[in-house]
Ligand binder design. Sequence first.
Ligand code: PGA
Length: 249
Amino acid sequence: MSVQYLFANWKMYLDFDESCILAARIREHVTLGDTTITVFPTDIALKEIDRILEGSDIHLGAQNAAWVPRGAYTGAVSPQILKDIGVEYILLGHSERRHIFGEDDTDIRKKIDACLEVGVTPVVCIGETKQEKEEGKREYRLKKQIMKICENLPLTRDNELIIAYEPVWAIGTGDACLPADADNVLTFIQTEIQSYTDKAVPLLYGGSVTPENVLSYVSLQTVQGVLVGSASTGYESFVGLVDALKQGS
Ligand code: PGA
């Protein structure tokens, strides 16, 4: 089993000091072979955490970005500005951005293009709601989201884009998608993506991943890594995730 990515989405759980302290502890004590560990802290901690992580194997990510490079866009931060302070990955289309802040597939696509233009890797989240799942519309929803992401996307190399399958009903609920179910859905996602590009697009699973269940996802052939929210925001639990992954490798 080889896990390519352990991505830690700290959302707005941690303030500046808490984010820096956790990043410093992880830097000091955590290693995980060839796995790319990336922390996604609050924007205000990015620059300081970049300094904390300097010279380590831990990477830096942002939780969102604008689609414009610069100008009169109050409250916005562009991929270039994020890249300038050390950001390598940007989460886009997270369910909380879609459902709380009203971002739609068109907004998300513009952000993906903006990331690719400046050479930051977009990590794009897709997933269906509980209602869509119950009404049998899961594949329809994912197909639409993938089309918007991938159609005419100018990918020039492998791993330039990462897609995370995060069923909305599994995020922050403790109701993780069963691994066999996730495997089926990820196989569907993989086939859909392959109809648009021959470049490798790594797939992640996210939604209530914990130290206890993480191995069951990364053992799947379809999964190259995990996107973890709340279980990545405490040191013990972060180390628990890393230890579990070590056991499986
Ligand atoms: P969770 O969040 O691990 O707390 O469910 C995952 C995510 O939102 O990326």
